[in-house]
Design a protein around this ligand. Structure first.
Ligand code: SME
Length: 154
């Protein structure tokens, strides 16, 4: 998608979420709302969702798209790499990422962002997959980081 079009789309989605995420502080309700809106509005989002760290395991949370893995093997794949490196990861070609976990063989690129609590500890990741190669760039990282911050607002 062209950069200007992508930026415009994200600005509108962000503004909509600012309004929607005031109804309840419940984190699951907010995660579900974020996934549903992004999946509906951004056409290259094939799958998007959250994996929460529960008892040390990345465990699937709210998502939209095809059926996903429920538990991600520790320290393997892109989601665990984002946790272990404590940063957003953009993967232009998942087939070249060592240890990538393919929940659906149609995914070709991916972005994963850590979600932190108020103490700065990572409590979950937000993962987006696309069937396109190289679908995600710094614009996606910038706006998705802003969006996941809305989840822990009061
Ligand atoms: N590809 C991810 C696993 C989650 S699915 O993409 C939904 C990974 O390598 O961690």
């Amino acid at each position: 998608m062209e950069k200007e079009k992508k930026t415009g789309r994200y600005i509108r989605v962000y503004e909509q979420l600012e309004g929607l995420l005031t109804k309840t502080p419940d984190i699951i309700a907010r995660m579900a709302t974020v996934c549903a809106l992004l999946h509906a509005k951004i056409d290259y989002f094939f799958w998007c969702g959250f994996y929460r760290i529960i008892d040390g395991q990345l465990t699937v949370g709210p998502y939209q798209g095809p059926l996903a893995c429920q538990i991600l093997t520790k320290d393997k794949g892109v989601c665990w790499a984002a946790v272990n490196q404590n940063k957003t990861l953009i993967v232009p070609d998942v087939h070249k990422f060592p240890g990538h976990i393919a929940c659906d063989s149609r995914s070709n690129s991916e972005i994963v962002l850590p979600l932190r609590n108020r103490d700065g500890q990572i409590i979950a990741v937000f993962d987006v997959d696309s069937t396109e190669f190289n679908a995600f760039d710094e614009i996606d990282a910038f706006y998705l980081e802003k969006i996941v911050l809305l989840i822990q607002n009061d």
